[in-house]
Design a protein around this ligand. Sequence first.
Ligand code: NAD
Ligand code: GLY
Length: 550
Amino acid sequence: MTLSNLQSEKRLTGNIFLVGMMGAGKTTVGKMLAKQLGKTFIDCDEEIQKRTGVKISHIFDVEGEEGFRQRESSVIQDLIKLDNIVLATGGGAVLKPANRDALRKNGVVIYLKSTVHDLWQRTRHDHNRPLLQTANPRGKLQELFEQRDSLYAEAADYIVHTGKQSVQTLIARLIQKIDSSEDTITLSQNMQTLNVGLAERSYPIHIGQDLINQPEILLQHIPNKRVAIVTNSTVAPLYLEKLTGMLTGQGIKVKSVVLPDGEQYKNSSSLNTIYNELLSSRCERTTPLIALGGGVIGDLTGFAAATYLRGVPFIQIPTTLLAQVDSSVGGKTGINHPLGKNMIGAFYQPRVVIADISTLNTLPDKELRAGIAEVIKYGLISDLPFLEWLELNIEKLLKRDAEALQYAIVCSCQNKADVVGTDERESGERAMLNLGHTFGHAIENGMGYGVWLHGEAVAAGSIMAADLSRRLGWLSVEDVERIKKLFTKAGLPIKGPHLSSEQYLQQMGLDKKVEDGKIRFVLLKALGQAVITNEVPKEMLLQTLESNSA
Ligand code: NAD
Ligand code: GLY
């Protein structure tokens, strides 16, 4: 739906209404937006306080939430009669259908959407939010989000994800959307966009249904009407024709390279095949390279993009859950070497990541579960509320419930974007994303590439890391059992394969996470709190390996 379509249903007022949860930034953004657009800013809560002469918390105390909602509705019904205002509505304003209707008919409604994680970070020290004055304010925030998210979306003409971008960047994006009457940015109502904040190398991650059919997302990243797609023999029959058809329909010339499928082909020979194809069809420095596939294709294509002609634009269209929540984000690209996995590579960020959730419908169950291992990883290392959500919703993910998948992908990508935004080249915090990977790589290497899926190895490796954390006195027995239960529910292995401790140790020694001869481990100080250490007594490590392998 375009903005001009929407405007035909609307009174032409010049009004902008910001909706969203408490802590989404409606007041801060609203004030700056109004200033830049020469409009009058009104904060709905302040207006209520002005009219009643008392604080919102007092109205809640005396009249309860319903009393407050009635006052809020009556203020909204008055304010929408004005013209040329920017209105920051209260977080619960959308609860009443009459309010949603009034806002939609009398201005452009923008949903400032944030993850619960970000909302919590922004509101946790604010004691002026009546609804958060409970024993479990984080849980309350989650509950309110779940109750209201779809209502904000229903009221909104545009959904804008706030992410980690600066207020100035956000304002610029909003003005662009509001200004452009041809704008089609609503795209699918359900699409969510996050931002990986890396200054001039920042890029968006779009997450939603059926995105590879939507030219407007991709076209802005293809400047010269030419593109090369790298995919494999499994993904090509499923999605290559669809993507190519969409692009050629827009007048884009498409060169495609179809590689054999498998981790064993993530090597220099496949890389050479890509170079050969690009050179023989004279792809230029401005020709973007699109990775259409899972992590293998993403890593390989990214490395080809980093090195072909010393670097060409790179676009990620991940089609496995693992790639959508992990490998497509953050710019780690590379290939395997006979002496070690991912040993040759480069940090090279994509220009955009397009995670089309519909592509997950064709993913084999085993691959879906492998992706869930990486999803659980984010909960374990940095997001306890997300871990708790996973404990309640893992079945929905296994049944490919679209809403649950989208929520899990957004939370995972937000967690990853936060880490990558602060430590792009893994000089510190980013190493935490490797929870379970030191053990996991030993499993993958020890068994031969492709025998254990990466996600399966990460699952068993995470249990080893949890067990070691317990031996170091950081996790309780119950914590470890809880983690095992979650991985088991997800259908993932919780024991490594039958390799001798010597084999494990040898394989770990080959892992690139070795510093000064000591192995660096990512362990858990607590659930939702990872820590990096190289102070692990060898005896303990051996006990962990022995009791957690078949
Ligand atoms: P993969 O790329 O091998 O894909 C798994 C299988 O699913 C393949 O057979 C593939 O052809 C098939 N497939 C892909 N999309 C499909 C779809 N929509 N429908 C049906 N089948 C589909 O494996 P993966 O798990 O996506 O990625 C694993 C790789 O990613 C490993 O090489 C690992 O090292 C790498 N990785 C990289 C990073 C990073 O930060 N760069 C992070 C994690 C993992
Ligand atoms: N998958 C780990 C990382 O991207 O750093």
